[in-house]
Design a protein around this ligand. Structure first.
Ligand SMILES: *Cc1c(COP(=O)(O)O)cnc(C)c1O
Length: 480
């Protein structure tokens, strides 16, 4: 299996060749040359597999240059009940992603029982083990540099802690995260994890990361890399739980289901799209946005209109506060019949940054619009008030507490699903991470897994730094 770029002008590479990198040299994103197909016989054979075995069955089709025994060992080590047992007290951790029945035909797929209580652990934990394996083979080291306002940074740190050959330098805005988020990250004492609290906002931290990454000589000399959401390894790991959720919600492979997915950078739902292209019987992929509705607008109108960071709202589902969706290009490549020239044309304007009310591209009066329905998408939008209402209803009707992002997915999923289809809502975080909104919705504290009780009292290890690139570079140089 080789990987090609969505912009059609980069040489084909193997899974391990693209694992540690980001964008393709032509600025595109990597995708398989063609999607591997899953036969009916395979689906039947996969139905009762454990999570780790199912992950092996799926990822064997993508990571074809990793010897089977090695891949199996990596997946067995990644998807264990110990790693994924930080979530709801009454969940069956042996399932890794247990399916919770809410109603006859409505389910919650628990993806948030990993170390940082968000679905990003599902892929990031695997990435940590794959990176360690690949770096070991190449006798290489990697220094991961990133900026975070919460979920991604902590998932990356918990995935990379203690890993040979890897250091993490994670910038966060000093004093801007919740006490819980700070405790989660800063209490890590592993010597290969460096938390740096920047005196400034998230954007200042992000700009510092960009400045270091644009200094190509420094970047190469210090082996600087990233783990952002366009990484193919992350997307491929997320395909697995669509299969797992499907098997758990159905009795036979003749049935179809709908998935609803709280979306930001389009990484999670892109994995669902690929599972569907592989042959998983997904009747509907329901994309939910918050007030930052750039993707909902596209699926309703055919207009893609990224807003720019100055026109992005801060909401109570902050992990979906995006101005443009970095993985969306992967789907558009399929939509335009895998025409790299067309993607280059569309993204010329996306990359240049159109004015906030200007479309980067519009497919309404093209054949692409007519082709869109066959990809099975529906979409909708949810606001702060919707979130509060959904959280309240779930709590009152089922005694289930959901976080703000999952609430967006539930609201839109229930609105958009085709009658008769079982609806599987992806749970992308646990409520403990967003305690303030839970308090507003329910007037009570959020449930917190036992492993997280009192983490605010643990000793913290963090370097406070002014938003100065030279200081950051000196700090990295002194520690690698
Ligand atoms: C990252 C994140 C999302 C958005 O996922 P994408 O893959 O970017 O679409 C949704 N909810 C939570 C809690 C997240 O952390």
């Amino acid at each position: 299996m080789k990987y090609i770029s969505t912009r059609g002008q980069s040489p084909a590479k193997t899974f391990t060749e693209i694992l540690l990198g980001g964008l393709a040299p032509d600025g595109g994103l990597y995708l398989p040359e063609q999607y591997p197909q899953v036969s009916r016989a395979e689906l039947d054979a996969w139905r009762d597999l454990s999570y780790a075995d199912l992950a092996f069955a799926v990822l064997s089709k993508f990571a074809t240059d990793i010897p089977a025994d090695d891949l199996k060992a990596i997946l067995d080590k990644t998807y264990t009940a110990e790693v994924y047992s930080n979530g709801r007290a009454d969940s069956d951790f042996s399932q890794i992603t247990p399916l919770r029945k809410l109603d006859n035909n409505v389910y919650l797929l628990e993806l948030s029982n990993g170390p940082t209580l968000a679905f990003k652990d599902m892929a990031m934990q695997l990435l940590g083990n794959l990176f360690e394996y690949a770096l070991d083979k190449q006798h290489q080291e990697l220094n991961i540099l990133g900026a975070t306002s919460g979920d991604t940074g902590s998932a990356a740190e918990y995935a990379m802690r203690g890993k040979r050959g890897i250091r993490v330098f994670m910038l966060s805005p000093n004093g801007k995260m919740s006490a819980f988020q700070r405790a989660q990250m800063y209490s890590l004492q592993d010597p290969n994890i460096y938390n740096i609290a920047i005196n400034g906002m998230f954007d200042d931290a992000q700009d510092m990361v960009k400045a270091v990454s644009n200094d190509h000589a420094y970047k190469a000399a210090h082996k600087i890399g990233t783990v952002n959401s366009i990484n193919w390894g992350r997307v491929s790991a997320q395909i697995v739980y669509y299969f797992k959720g499907y098997f758990a919600a159905t009795k036979s492979n003749d049935e179809e289901v709908a998935f609803s997915v709280p979306s930001g950078n389009f990484g999670n739902i892109c994995a669902g799209h690929i599972a569907r292209m592989m042959g998983l019987p997904i009747g509907q992929l329901i994309l939910a946005t918050n007030e930052n509705d750039v993707l909902d607008e596209f699926f309703r109108t055919g207009i893609y209109r990224p807003r720019g960071t100055a026109h992005t709202y801060e909401t109570s589902s902050p992990s979906m506060d995006i101005s443009k969706a970095s993985n969306f290009e992967r789907f558009v490549y399929d939509l335009v019949g895998r025409d790299g020239a067309k993607v280059r044309e569309f993204w010329k304007k996306v990359d240049a940054g159109a004015a906030p009310d200007e479309a980067a591209f519009d497919i309404k009066h093209t054949d692409y619009w007519n082709a869109l329905p066959k990809f099975g998408f529906a979409s909708g939008k949810s606001t702060h008030l919707d979130r509060l209402k959904t959280i309240r209803e779930l709590w009152e009707e089922y005694g289930v507490m959901v976080d703000t992002h999952t609430a967006d997915g539930l609201k839109v999923g229930l609105e958009q699903r085709r009658p008769g289809l079982p609806l599987i809502c992806l749970e992308t975080a646990l409520p403990a991470k967003f305690a303030e909104t839970i308090r507003e919705a329910l007037g009570r504290e959020s449930e917190r897994p036992e492993s997280m009780v009192g983490i605010e009292d643990l000793p913290q290890r963090v370097e406070v730094m002014d938003a100065d690139v030279a200081t950051l570079k000196a700090f990295i140089s002194a520690n690698v």
